[in-house]
Design a protein around this ligand. Sequence first.
Ligand code: ZN
Length: 58
Amino acid sequence: MQRLYFECPKTGARVDVGIESELNTLLLIRAKPVRALCPRCGEVHEWQVSDAHLNRAA
Ligand SMILES: [Zn+2]
């Protein structure tokens, strides 16, 4: 499993929006933007999966 981190466009902080995915799923959703509530600034942002930082679970 891999966990997706996105960069908050407002604060520049790396945020965890709670998306955890297998690579196969990532490939499926890659074409779609991800909309999620940002835990850092409280607004909804739209990210591209291709912009995500991947953190492999240890
Ligand atoms: Zn934000």
